[in-house]
Design a protein around this ligand. Sequence first.
Ligand code: MRU
Length: 368
Amino acid sequence: MQVDGKHYRSIWTERVSGQVQPLVCIIDQTRLPHDFSVLEIQSLDAAVGAIFNMQVRGAPLIGAMAAFGVYLAMQVDASDSGLSAACEKLLQTRPTAVNLRWALDEVNRVLSLVKEQDRVSASLQFAEDLCMADIDMCASIGEHGLALIKTVYAKKPANGVVNILTHCNAGWLATVDWGTALAPIYKAQAAGISVHVWVDETRPRNQGAYLTTWELNNQGIAHTLIVDNAGGHLMQHGLVDMCIVGTDRTTRSGDVCNKIGTYLKALAAYDNGVPFYVAAPSPSIDWTIRDGLAEIPIEQRSRDEVAKLNGMNAQQKASLISIVPDHIQIRNDAFDTTPARLITGLITERGIADANETDLLALFPEQA
Ligand code: MRU
């Protein structure tokens, strides 16, 4: 998507003269929205750090970064033990988003069929293909979601605006391009439909405030930042037509684990009769489990994310402030699970499914 009128992906490779292998580049998401900074990821450890420290984040992008992490590892040690050590290290970075495990399982499967001397080129090809597949999936999710937005738009008075609430960042920064939850919104804009997005700030890390507003602003889409607790109130007053959020892990029965606070939005939407959709590319579906509440590991993150806030001070200098004294006890669960019964539909790359096993399997019969 666009940054100052130039097309960017969230992760890409660059061939540089004098370097045998292409470099892996990312946008450092910990510096947005105040600073647009591109980073070269030059080693497995740098890839591990980028995922752990959330310079890259969002389930699909974590999977893509992991694939490139294996590519960087293969340049140093392409043996079987080098491969499994690299995968193990990457797998430990973030436990909730299943795309990480999916990408590592896939790259392992592909590389185990390839001779050691060919593993650098094969892993690069794998990572590039994964990125292209991710872009295609997100574009398809955008088209399927667009049909839903069109239906809402058709019921509006002339010159109406479709108001969509989203949580966290499930835009192009969280994927390779397009995004999942934001892809239908970008497609709606291209189709000439007026959309306005309510952006949950998404404490504690503020992905909504820092990243989603940045994306939407770059793309020229009307949006308003709201505090996390405002969504229910706006729904009660008829100001939200639909919710679209992303997912870090969806079970085969349609439970959705996503950024903390998603569940409360789904409850409010249910109570107010507001459709609640989840944009769910298939690599985010964990076909091995059914019970999201019992079976999905919830990442516990540092107290600093809750106790401190990042921002610009009056002198336009990046600064970190504490909002509570150090002795305050803090718990920081990064994700929650929304039960399938609260979800109106799952927007996958193959179409829209009701959030249940039968409907999901109708779209993905190979998982039966
Ligand atoms: O902790 P994050 O920023 O990686 O969490 C991201 C989310 O919860 C997204 O909604 C989810 O990964 C879907 S991204 C297309």
